[in-house]
Design a protein around this ligand. Structure first.
Ligand code: MLT
Ligand code: MN
Ligand code: ZN
Length: 292
């Protein structure tokens, strides 16, 4: 299987349009590399590609990834659809850019499919351009162009726009992709509120794990932006808590993604980045290709 990190930051990207924190200022001046919002592309056969989440930056992300070039026919595309880990805007809005694409399938937990009709009716809007096949992921493994996919429920974090929803389960899943030919396993979990029960086994059996790296520390939002409303960690397990867990799996390739613009690991010369390197954990840039 081949996976491309199309984007590696949390909602807002890096730099964020309205943020004057020290890191965003350096990204704006070019002294730190800019990054787009979290999104992955994955393929088991090299022909059929799937987006995992659809970020608001999807147009430029697709344009920058040669595997996703359209062709050979004038309106052919290797993009077959998307899998959503959750219903957050930074993971779903990109679908609006793909409107009118024919034959697309979107996989998501039932709770997410429900929110995308009931609280934020993306589904009706999209289907008005070209119907999308909406598929619910449950506990059963399914086949995606030769990749075996499992959705692993990991959190009950719901989007702010869905705060009135009465549904209270499976708001966030991780995806486990297995290539039965190579034996490679990739786990993608860009939104993780705590270290879930049973996750040890999921990580231990993987060749590569992409994990929620939104915040380095729980207090980060408040201290970087000077805002007293900076909520602690906002449903994202900070790196200070997940790194000790990841240290227990030195043989697995471990990557943090969905980095918030306040996260000091965006600066490779920070002491926090040094700690990650010393633990063998990576924060690769947009465009990184992973083969398993
Ligand atoms: C999150 O990851 O917590 C959300 O995407 C925040 C947001 O973008 O509104
Ligand atoms: Mn997010
Ligand atoms: Zn910032």
């Amino acid at each position: 299987m081949r996976a491309v990190l199309l984007g590696t930051t949390a909602g807002g990207g890096f730099p964020q349009w309205n943020c004057a924190c020290a890191l965003c200022v350096r990204a704006r001046s070019g002294s730190l590399p800019s990054r787009s919002q979290d999104c992955l592309a994955i393929s088991g056969n090299g022909t059929d590609w799937w987006l995992v989440n659809a970020s608001p930056d999807i147009r430029t992300q697709i344009a920058a990834c040669s595997f996703l070039n359209p062709g050979p026919g004038p309106r052919d595309t290797p993009v077959r659809g998307a899998l959503f880990t959750d219903a957050e805007l930074d993971h779903t809005l990109g679908l609006l850019t793909l409107r009118g694409g024919t034959g697309l399938t979107v996989w998501a937990p039932g709770t997410v499919l429900h929110a995308l009709r009931d609280q934020f009716d993306l589904r009706t809007v999209i289907d008005g351009y070209a119907p999308v096949a909406w598929r619910e992921v449950d506990a059963d493994q399914f086949d995606l162009g030769g990749l075996l996919v499992t959705a692993i429920p990991i959190s009950g974090k719901r989007p702010k726009y869905a705060r009135s929803s009465t549904v209270d389960s499976r708001w966030v899943v991780a995806y486990r992709f297995e290539d039965p030919v190579s034996g490679g396993v990739l786990v993608y979990a860009p939104c993780l509120a705590s270290w879930p029960e049973g996750f040890d086994e999921v990580v231990a059996q993987a060749g590569c794990v992409l994990l929620d790296g939104t915040f380095y520390a729980a207090s980060e939002m408040g201290s970087a932006t000077g805002s007293s409303s900076g909520q602690a960690a906002m449903g994202h397990l900070p790196i200070t808590a997940s790194l000790p867990e990841l240290r227990r799996f030195p043989e697995v390739r471990r990557i943090y993604t969905h980095l918030n613009n306040t996260n000091p690991v965006l600066d490779p010369s920070s002491p926090e980045s040094f700690k990650l390197r010393e633990a063998g954990v990576e924060v690769p840039l947009d465009g990184t290709v992973i083969e398993l």
